[in-house]
Ligand binder design. Structure first.
Ligand SMILES: Nc1ncnc2c1ncn2[C@@H]1O[C@H](COP(=O)(O)OP(=O)(O)OP(=O)(O)O)[C@@H](O)[C@H]1O
Ligand SMILES: [Mg+2]
Length: 320
């Protein structure tokens, strides 16, 4: 949005105040120190559309001093200004590495709800043994371009404050690009919508009453367990066709809604061509999926299944 165009800004203001969307707080009137007559100062204040002080309803309900309030605003304001979302309404899930929120989508997106995953910078410190996942990854910036600047590469490798910040943006960029590639390839993943330095927006799975539960939170019918198991494995195979291994697949990272499944949470994805631990990570993913479905009587041999995927993949790689 061109914020210099006051007519556009004003139109937006009317739209936002239709009562459907975000809370808009006017900026507090500053102490007037100038000697301007009140009428002129009032006119200037009236022209200020208050865009700097957009406060989504979820944040508005928090104590003004609560750090989450400013964190949410700072992380998603960009998407609000880009007319992708109009509000943040709920916290879906809070974790050590990230929080996921429900947002109201801007009508221009054609969606009703959007999920916003907001990362904490300290997530990299918590990511267990991130070296395993990093092997074979190139240093890339948030847009996926290889980092060539020596200063930036050194910062990342030395884990300086600036380096950790770049690293953080790279992880988010990688998650977003992976999800986009997989969505375009037809995998069962939520449609990615946008990202910035610290957040990813994607299709919301669920409805206005709540987000889809993860597989570990639901009880499946025995009759649907078998087909869903194969659906998950089809997705694992599709990832591998694109040289990718989820790396943290389990019933916690598969959403279930209306009889369908969606794979989520891709920051730890690895490149099967370059990562020396690829096979063991693939086997771990497949094993966890098998363990979950075993409780519904689905019988499978995870080692055999892994090899049945890996061997043709490697054959293709070597021939091709
Ligand atoms: N697209 C989505 N639509 C609806 N809910 C979602 C979506 N993505 C994530 N969630 C919700 O947020 C939770 C956490 O998401 P995700 O696994 O991506 O983050 P995480 O930081 O790894 O959290 P955890 O450590 O709990 O796995 C999911 O279990 C699900 O409840
Ligand atoms: Mg997760």
């Amino acid at each position: 949005m061109n914020t210099n165009n006051w007519q556009e800004k004003y139109a937006d203001y009317e739209f936002q105040d239709n009562g459907r969307s975000a809370h808009r707080q006017r900026k507090p009137k500053k102490m007037r120190e100038s000697s301007q007559p009140d009428s002129i100062a009032d006119d200037i204040l009236a022209m200020d559309d208050g865009i700097e002080s957009w406060v989504p309803s979820y944040a508005a309900a928090l104590d003004p001093l609560h750090h989450e309030r400013q964190w949410v605003i700072n992380s998603v304001e960009h998407f609000y200004r880009e007319n992708i979302i109009t509000d943040v309404t709920r916290l879906v899930k809070g974790g050590k590495e990230a929080n996921v929120y429900t947002c109201t989508a801007h009508p221009a997106t054609g969606l009703e709800l959007v999920a916003a995953k907001l990362y904490r910078e300290r997530m990299l410190r918590n990511l267990k043994n991130d070296a395993i996942y990093k092997e074979g990854r190139m240093l890339r910036d948030a847009e996926g371009k290889q980092i060539r600047s020596r200063r930036e590469r050194t910062a990342v490798l030395n884990k300086s404050g600036y380096g950790l910040h770049l690293d953080f943006m790279m992880w988010i960029g990688t998650e977003y690009r992976t999800q986009t590639l997989l969505y375009d390839a037809g995998a069962d993943v939520p449609k990615p919508i946008a990202h910035n330095g610290s957040a990813i927006l994607m299709e919301f799975i669920g409805d206005e009453y709540g987000a889809a539960p993860a597989l570990n939170e639901v009880g499946l019918d025995r009759t649907e367990a078998g087909p869903l198991f194969h659906r998950v494995l089809d997705n694992v195979r599709l990832l591998l066709d694109h040289h990718l291994i989820h790396g943290d697949l389990s019933a916690y990272n598969i959403l279930y809604w209306d009889g369908d499944i969606w794979l989520i949470d891709f920051p730890q994805v690895v490149d099967a061509r370059a990562n020396p631990h690829a096979l063991e990570l693939l086997q771990r993913d497949v094993t966890r999926v098998c363990e979950y479905f075993a409780r519904y009587g689905v019988e499978a041999d995870p080692v055999q299944l892994t090899l049945d995927m890996w061997r043709p993949y490697m054959r293709e790689e070597m021939n091709g």
